[in-house]
Design a protein around this ligand. Structure first.
Ligand code: NAD
Ligand code: IPM
Ligand code: MN
Length: 362
């Protein structure tokens, strides 16, 4: 029997449409092989939505996403929209869709592939075997806390304000995802905070300790975020699963990306409760290389694999995609960001083409 899924595509801006193009073809090919039918609909978000509709997240985009089984997003943002007021910026559209779908848990795996060991800026012996899962809280913390804004005092001086806040229920639900994720891995969970300075972090730490009583098989440790940034570069192999808040997770996942060679390789899954999940690369719209056929589409392709695995429960199709990615790397194909000596340099479209060839067994 054919499984059918309705997928909303949000190509967004910059390299977004280029990497989405490749990914849709990959999904269609795997779909045929695994008896899966994808019904794609494309919706506007970010700068593309601002240009067409005047807002970064049109209500019809939210409606379409809510009605679908999963959402696949590429990236948003670009120089053109950088000077718009906050509520009209592409980034506000991305935060808006995460909030509208209740996507509080963002899973960002950073795994070093043996094929790309030379693409990392770190020494081989430091990164070899790295396999980290960053569980980033995605709909709370300083990104969403109130009050926020730029206010003018009685003396006429401006003051910019954001508030880092977490409620117990927000901490508990991300902690649960993290403990359960760690249970399926090496059962080591490192909670990253700034409890030596921030009250919000103290509450975070207290709740993690309390919650750990329910997960006696998981070893819980704590680390301050500044040290975590250093340890990720010094000795990344000490980490299995990391759980942290929205802002720290944003920063640490980019750092973790570089262990693997390129942010162009890193997928992510954003999950909530009882709503469609959203799957997106960790990287942005890369405006510096947009429209030049230079983008690495693999983070997007691997995000589609995460969609199949975590969103649609189609592990076989997910594995097919992941294996095809490894195979094209084995064959020596590299986009600029992961290029190394002796490899075959390809652009975004060409990388897509060889992926399809590998999938089709040519
Ligand atoms: P970025 O991730 O877009 O780019 C950082 C660097 O990595 C650039 O040099 C870029 O060329 C490179 N890079 C990123 N993805 C790549 C890929 N697939 N292949 C090859 N190289 C790649 O981050 P930035 O420059 O800080 O931000 C650019 C815009 O993207 C901003 O508007 C930002 O707000 C937005 N952004 C969006 C998302 C998202 O949509 N999820 C994430 C991060 C940043
Ligand atoms: C990411 C991005 C976003 C974030 C921005 C573009 C809103 O950096 O997905 O990592 O900070 O979450
Ligand atoms: Mn980021």
């Amino acid at each position: 029997m054919t499984n059918q899924y309705s997928i909303t595509l949000l190509p967004g801006d910059g390299i977004g449409p280029e990497i989405m193009d490749v990914t849709v073809k990959v999904l269609e090919t795997v779909g045929k092989q695994c008896d899966i039918k994808f019904n794609f609909q494309t919706a506007l978000i970010g700068g593309a939505a601002i240009d067409a509709k005047g807002v970064p997240l049109p209500p019809e985009t939210v409606e379409t996403c809510l009605k679908s089984d999963s959402v696949l997003l590429a990236a948003i943002g670009g120089y053109k929209w950088d000077n718009l007021p906050r509520e009209l910026r592409p980034e506000t559209g991305l935060l808006g869709i995460r909030a509208a779908l209740g996507l509080f848990a963002n899973l960002r795996p950073a795994t070093i592939l043996p094929q790309l060991i030379d693409a990392s800026s770190l020494k081989k012996e430091v990164v070899e075997g790295v396999d980290i899962m960053v569980v980033r809280e995605l709909t709370g913390g300083i990104y969403f806390g109130q009050p926020k804004g730029i206010f003018t005092s009685e003396t006429g001086e401006q003051r910019g304000v954001n508030t880092m806040a977490y409620t117990v229920s927000e901490i508990d639900r991300i902690a649960r995802v993290a403990f359960e994720t760690a249970q399926k891995r090496q059962k080591r969970l490192c909670s990253v905070d700034k409890a030596n300075v921030l009250d919000v972090s103290q509450l975070w730490r207290d709740r993690l300790i309390k919650m750990s009583e329910e997960y006696p098989d998981v070893e819980l440790t704590h680390m301050y975020v500044d040290n975590a940034a250093m340890q990720l570069v010094r000795n990344p192999k000490q980490f299995d699963t990391i759980v942290t808040g929205n802002l720290f997770g944003d920063i640490l996942s980019d750092a973790a990306a570089m262990l693997t060679g390129s942010i162009g390789m890193l997928p992510s899954a954003s999950l909530g409760a009882n709503r469609p999940g959203l799957f997106e690369p960790v990287h942005g719209s890369a405006p510096d290389i947009a429209g030049q056929d230079k983008a690495n589409p693999l983070a997007q392709v691997l995000s589609a694999a995460m969609m199949l695995r975590y969103g649609l429960n189609e592990p076989e199709a997910a594995t097919k995609i992941e294996e095809a990615v490894l195979k094209v790397l084995d064959l020596g194909y590299r986009t600029g960001d992961i290029m190394s000596e002796g490899a075959k340099a390809v652009g975004c479209q060409e990388m897509g083409k060889v992926l399809l060839e590998v999938l089709e067994g040519n």
